[in-house]
Design a protein around this ligand. Structure first.
Ligand code: HH2
Length: 297
């Protein structure tokens, strides 16, 4: 039987004394957390090829930690619109050597993968979290997570990356995405997974039009109200380019910062970003304003 998500005193979702449990790490959620992206891919939409060698990826991870990342998200497969899946052996060859060298950097390492066998191997080698854009669809993935104390990010997507942007359709995107995420979280709760390990993500840009993405951003509190921390990944995405007229993903820093702040304003607990130093600075200013009585939510 499905179990209800944890309720909170305010009924609005996350409380300031809540934590995210990821294996040996317990991350307080009293301020927004910054997840820094480490893409060991030749073809990621914004930084493909920049960190494809193990040395470059490790240096990138070290830099992101120095810049203030609370979590690193290591991925070996691009999920940009139009991309095709990478075979297991190739994804493993990209991810594992980097993982082995960055697990000691002092912050939890999340591995961004949809494959249960890579999840298992990564968790055996010190990963503290799994970030899955298919929300544990792969056979055995739920069991892999349930057998550990790792954190897990369940993301919503409609369709597969190759075709997901062809004709996304929803009757009501906010309620459909929240319903899906709630059902996926309940699968884990039914297996006895500690709710403090679960993160939900509406999946900005994954099988969504610009209007769908904006509706989700505006309606983010409906997902926060499910009682789990919400992660927002808007950094450098094409929806920001559509709004600002910037086709080059590396010229979307301003849009990315505004999007991260807007997501936090609407209840996101974690932002997944490429520009960690700049995002940390933006969040620090935001919070200083908040502390001096400029209420932001
Ligand atoms: N976005 C991307 C990849 N993984 N995971 C979560 N939970 N949320 C996201 O929004 C998300 C994600 C796409 O960004 P990136 O990794 O930079 O690009 P690519 O998939 O091309 O490697």
């Amino acid at each position: 039987m499905a179990t209800n998500p944890p309720s909170t005193e305010s009924g609005l979702g996350i409380e300031s004394n809540d934590v995210l449990v990821c294996e040996g790490f317990s991350l307080p959620l009293r301020r927004p957390l910054v997840m820094g992206v480490v893409n060991v891919t030749p073809d990621s939409f914004s930084d493909g090829g920049e960190y494809f060698s193990c040395e470059h990826a490790v240096a990138r991870a070290e830099q992101l930690v120095a810049d203030g990342a609370d979590i690193l998200d290591l991925g070996g497969e691009s999920s940009r619109p139009g991309s095709v899946p990478v075979p297991f052996e190739e994804e493993r060859r990209r991810v594992m050597p980097v993982l082995n060298r960055i697990v000691g950097l002092g912050v939890p390492v999340s591995v961004d993968t949809t494959k249960a066998s890579l999840m298992r191997e990564a968790l055996d080698h010190g990963a503290s979290m799994i970030n899955d854009i298919f929300a544990l669809d792969d056979q055995g993935a739920v069991e892999v997570i349930a057998a550990t104390r790792a954190g897990v990010c369940l993301m919503h997507t409609q369709g597969k990356p190759k075709t997901m942007q062809n004709a996304p359709h929803y009757e009501n995107v906010v309620s459909e995405v929240s319903g899906f995420l709630s059902e996926r979280a309940n699968r884990l709760l039914d297996k006895g997974v500690d709710p403090r390990r679960i993160v939900l993500d509406p999946g900005f840009g994954f099988g969504k039009t610009l209007v769908h993405n904006l509706e989700l951003l505006q309606g983010l509190r409906n997902i926060v109200a499910l009682g789990f921390p919400v992660l927002a990944g808007l950094s450098r995405k094409s929806l920001l380019g559509r709004i600002t007229g910037r086709s080059d993903s590396n010229s979307r820093l301003g849009g990315s910062l505004a999007a991260a702040l807007f997501a936090v304003h609407n209840g996101a607990s974690i932002v997944r970003v490429h520009d960690v130093a700049e995002t940390c600075a933006a969040l620090q200013v935001w919070q200083a304003g908040d502390n001096f009585g400029v209420k932001t939510n």
